[in-house]
Design a protein around this ligand. Structure first.
Ligand code: SF4
Ligand code: SF4
Length: 338
């Protein structure tokens, strides 16, 4: 039984729910950024500005430190003292990927949200987006795995004592301040590269995420284990190809029975536009349909559960004496990579 297209669209709330989740998470990151900037300014001005507490969530922007902490934990069985929140956030997002596909990228990541805004703006202005030819697309897509491999190799070849020395040295302690400085005092080169990536994102959906993001590559590998998939019923499908046209990952949704690709973001855009009832679902094994509300609730539960647990265990915050911050933060630019 097929319902009219407009009625189906009116009934599907997945994209409204996803937009709420995406923009709430972006707002959370902006709030963390402002809090952290105020925290840093206090120490840079020798206490002349208001002191706010350091938001540990800023460590979500330190994926290399998070990987180091995981390596340290696997090697020693001990939880690290420095940048623990980054480690827990990476763990939570990877767990989300394993259970719920690459929905971290499609629902939570602020960079993904901004990328999506750009390609939608590009489509609005130009009437369409573009896809590179397959011979170019495939090698470009492999770049993010190459970058991930390099990071994993670099971190994997460090011993636990070397990781501890790194993270507890001046550079490691203010890695978050250096990250802030990277955005705050952007060099011309960084500004030009960022501008080029933004322009490319207007034409090609999720340019950064699709080709270059090693964090997304890691989430994609986790998603290969996920029991959730977009599943198409060939009996119900009317072969309109709307799903494939709407897919930001450029997947041939209309020609497959299930989407196993590591590129699938679990965004449910394909499900939202499908005019044939139940032809396309986000489904668990045996085609049990997972609604967008359940997906969002599961993500939130994993995210909040991780925060509450790590906080209760006293492992969420990096606690350093204020004098150390007074010494290190104003000199953050002096510390080079060891
Ligand atoms: S297949 Fe569907 S859920 Fe996956 S990325 Fe494409 S539109 Fe999103
Ligand atoms: S599954 Fe895709 S091709 Fe089939 S009816 Fe739905 S949108 Fe059209």
């Amino acid at each position: 039984m097929k319902k009219p297209f407009l009625r189906r669209l009116a009934e599907d709330h997945s994209q409204r729910i996803r937009a709420w989740v995406q923009w709430s998470f972006l707002a959370l990151n902006v709030w963390i950024g402002v809090q952290f900037w105020l925290f840093v300014r206090h120490y840079e001005t020798a206490g002349a500005t208001v002191l706010v507490s350091r938001p540990a969530g800023v460590e979500g922007w330190l994926p290399i430190a998070a990987l180091m902490n995981w390596k340290y934990f696997f090697e020693t069985g001990s939880l690290p003292r420095i940048h623990g929140a980054g480690m827990f956030l990476l763990g939570a997002f990877f767990l989300i990927s394993i259970l719920l596909r690459k929905s971290f990228c499609g629902w939570l990541c602020p960079v993904g949200t901004l990328s999506e805004t750009l390609w939608k703006a590009g489509r609005w202005a130009l009437g369409r987006n573009f896809a590179p030819p397959r011979w170019l697309d495939i090698p470009l897509r492999s770049l993010k795995y190459v970058l991930l491999g390099l990071f994993l190799y670099a971190v994997g070849s460090m011993s636990a004592p070397a990781i501890r020395t790194f993270l507890e040295g001046p550079y490691g302690l203010v890695a978050d301040v250096k990250m802030l400085n990277f955005f705050r005092h952007m060099t011309i080169t960084v500004a030009v590269v960022t501008g080029l990536l933004a322009v490319a994102s207007l034409f090609i959906p999720n340019f950064w995420c699709r080709y270059l993001c090693p964090y997304g590559a890691l989430m994609g590998l986790g998603a290969l284990l996920s029991p959730l998939r977009i599943r198409r019923s060939p009996e119900r499908c009317i072969d309109c190809a709307k799903c494939a046209k709407e897919c930001p990952s450029l997947l041939p949704v209309d020609r497959l029975v299930q989407i196993r690709s590591a590129e699938c973001l679990g965004c449910m855009r394909c499900v939202a536009v499908c005019p044939a009832e139940e032809a396309l679902v986000l489904g668990a094994p045996r085609r049990r349909k997972i609604p967008a509300t359940a997906l969002a609730a599961a993500m939130l539960a994993i995210f909040m559960g991780t925060y509450v647990w790590a906080n209760a265990a006293g492992r969420w915050k990096t606690e350093l004496p204020p004098q150390m911050y007074y010494n290190l933060i104003p000199r953050a630019h002096e510390f080079g990579h060891p």
